[in-house]
Design a protein around this ligand. Structure first.
Ligand code: SF4
Length: 470
C-alpha cells in the first residue's frame, strides 16, 4: 500500500449489441488502476458517442448516460494522471472527428518522446487541447497522408517511444497495440462472437469472456465488427521489458499477467522474502490489500501463522482532508485500523509491497506498536525504490524516495521497526521470471528504453505546458 499509486486501465469491446455496457463493467473491474476520471466512447457504424467525467466509474456513469452510448463497439478508460493535470480536458478516451471519420484513443503508459513529437506537430500547425501525451497519437494518425488507416496506425505507432498499451477505435474497427517492449499489459478475450481487450484479465472475468491470450510486445491487432481479428504486426523479436511493478503491486491478484497469475507471483515473492529475511515472530500480516498475497507467501514460507492484523477502510476517497493535527497520522489511521486482539503482546512480521517516502510505513509501525505489538519486523516484497519511473507509473523523484537517501538500517530507525528486510533482485526474479524480460529501473536505475535528453523532471511531458503544470 505504501507503494506507488496506480496508473490507467483500458478496455475495448467489439460485437455485443450494447458494447458501452460491457465497457462500463470492464472499467469497474479496472477501477484499481485509476480513480481520477473515467470515460467511454462508443460507435454505431460511422457515428460515435462519448461520455467522460471526473471520479470513479460509479460517479461518472448512470443508466441514462449509458443509454446515450449506443453501438456494438466501445472503448473505455480509467485515468490516474501520470502526465497532464487532473482536469476533465485530460480525461480519456480522446475523441476527434477528422477527414476520415471519428478517431478515439485510450492509452495506458507514458511516451518518452512525447515532447519531441508534440513540438514537431505544433510546428506543422497542430493545435493541442490537452496536456496528455495521448493526444500526440491522435494528431499523428490524423496527419498521416496514407489513405490506408491500417498503415496510418502502424506508421504512427512506429514513431512512439516508451511504454504504452493503446486502444484506437475507428469506423474501420478497433486497433489494440502494445509497445515494442511490452511495459504495460493487455489481454484479449472472447465471449461468443464478442471480443474484449483489457489491461487485465480480471475485466474479462467479470464480463464472462474467456482469456484467449495476452497481446505480445509490439503486437498490433485489428478487430472487426463481426469479431474477426487480424494481426497487423506480430510481436517483433525486440527485448521484452515488462514492468515488474505490475506483478509486485499494480495488478489485481486475480489477474493473469505476463503469463503468470498475479497471486501466484506475489506468494512466491513472499516465500523468497521469508527465506531471505527470517524473523523470530508469532504472526505475519499484510498491509492490505496489495500485500496480502505476499504476506500469505511469507507465512507459507516461514511457517509463521498468517493473521489479519490490519483492516483497511475501502471508502476513503482520494480527496480526504487532514482535519488538523490533534490526531497524529490521521490520514493513515482513517485508512487502516490494527486488530489489537491479534497484535497485543505479539512479535509481528508486517509485509508491505514497497516503501516510497517512508511516512506511511512509519505511521503504520506506530499504529501496530500502539496496538500492543512486542516487536515489529517490517518486510518489503521488492528491492528498494531509488529512482523515478518515466514509463507511466507515479513514483516520485529521488529526493522524495526514502531509499535513495537512507541506508536500510537508517530506514528501519526512521520507521521505528525492530528490523527491516527488502527482497533482493535475485529473490524477485526467482519469483517472477527472468530479469532480462523485465524493467526494474525504479529500483536499479537501469532505464532500458532511452529517455529524451533533459528528462529529469518526473513528468517530462508536463514541463511543456506552462499553464497546466500540476
Ligand atoms: S521504472 Fe519501475 S514502475 Fe516504471 S515501468 Fe519500470 S519497473 Fe515499472
Amino acid at each position: 500500500m505504501s507503494g506507488p499509486r496506480e496508473e490507467c486501465g483500458i478496455v475495448g469491446v467489439m460485437g455485443p449489441e450494447r458494447a458501452a455496457e460491457w465497457a462500463y463493467l470492464g472499467l469497474y473491474a479496472l477501477q484499481h488502476r485509476g480513480q481520477e476520471s473515467s470515460g467511454i466512447v462508443s460507435a454505431d457504424g460511422a457515428r460515435s458517442y462519448a461520455h467522460r467525467g471526473m471520479g470513479l466509474v460509479s460517479d461518472v456513469f448512470d443508466e441514462e448516460i449509458l443509454t446515450g452510448l449506443p453501438g456494438a463497439a466501445a472503448i473505455g478508460h480509467n485515468r490516474y494522471s501520470t502526465t497532464g493535470s487532473p482536469t476533465l480536458a485530460n480525461a480519456q478516451p480522446i475523441l476527434v472527428n477528422y477527414r476520415d471519420g471519428f478517431l478515439a484513443v485510450a492509452h495506458n503508459g507514458n511516451l518518452v518522446n512525447a515532447r519531441t513529437l508534440r513540438r514537431r506537430l505544433e510546428r506543422k500547425g497542430s493545435i493541442f487541447q490537452s496536456t496528455m501525451d495521448t493526444e500526440v497519437v491522435v494528431h499523428l494518425i490524423a496527419a498521416e497522408r496514407d489513405p490506408s488507416r491500417d498503415r496510418a496506425v502502424l506508421e504512427t505507432l512506429d514513431q512512439l517511444k516508451g511504454a504504452y498499451s493503446l486502444l484506437i477505435l475507428t469506423p474501420d474497427g478497433l486497433y489494440a497495440a502494445r509497445d515494442a517492449h511490452g511495459f504495460r499489459p493487455l489481454s484479449l478475450g472472447r465471449r461468443g462472437d464478442a471480443v474484449v481487450v483489457a489491461s487485465e484479465s480480471c475485466a474479462l472475468d467479470l464480463l464472462g469472456a474467456e482469456l484467449e491470450r495476452e497481446l505480445g510486445p509490439g503486437e498490433v491487432l485489428k478487430i472487426q465488427a463481426d469479431g474477426s481479428s487480424e494481426v497487423l504486426r506480430a510481436s517483433p523479436a525486440e527485448a521484452e521489458c515488462l514492468c515488474v511493478f505490475e506483478q509486485i503491486y499494480f495488478a489485481r491478484p486475480d489477474s493473469t499477467l505476463f503469463g503468470m497469475g498475479v497471486d501466484v507471483a506475489r506468494r512466491r515473492l513472499g516465500r523468497e522474502l521469508a527465506r531471505e529475511h527470517p524473523a523470530d515472530a508469532d504472526c505475519v500480516f499484510a498491509v492490505p490489500d496489495s500485500s496480502t498475497s505476499a504476506a500469505l507467501g511469507s507465512s507459507e514460507g516461514s511457517g509463521i501463522p498468517f493473521e489479519l492484523g490490519l483492516i483497511r477502510n475501502h471508502y476513503v476517497g482520494r480527496t480526504f482532508i487532514q482535519p488538523g493535527q490533534e490526531v497524529r497520522d490521521f490520514r493513515v489511521k482513517v485508512k487502516y485500523n490494527p486488530v489489537s486482539s491479534v497484535i497485543r503482546g505479539k512479535r509481528v512480521v508486517v509485509v508491505d509491497d514497497s516503501i516510497v517516502r517512508g511516512t506511511t510505513s512509519k505511521a503504520l509501525v506506530g499504529l501496530v506498536r500502539e496496538a500492543g505489538a512486542a516487536e515489529v519486523h517490517l518486510r518489503v516484497a521488492s528491492p528498494p525504490l531509488r529512482h523515478p519511473c518515466y514509463y507511466g507509473i507515479d513514483i516520485p523523484n529521488r529526493d522524495e524516495l526514502i531509499a535513495a537517501n537512507m541506508s536500510v538500517p537508517e530506514i528501519a530507525r526512521f520507521v521505528g521497526a525492530d528490523s527491516l528486510g527488502y527482497l533482493s533482485f535475485e529473490g524477485l526474479y526467482r519469483a517472477v521470471g527472468s530479469r532480462d524480460q523485465h524493467c526494474d529501473a525504479c529500483m536499479s536505475g537501469n532505464y532500458r528504453v532511452p529517455l529524451e535528453p533533459g528528462i529529469e523532471e518526473k513528468t517530462a511531458f508536463e514541463t511543456l505546458s506552462l499553464s497546466s503544470a500540476p
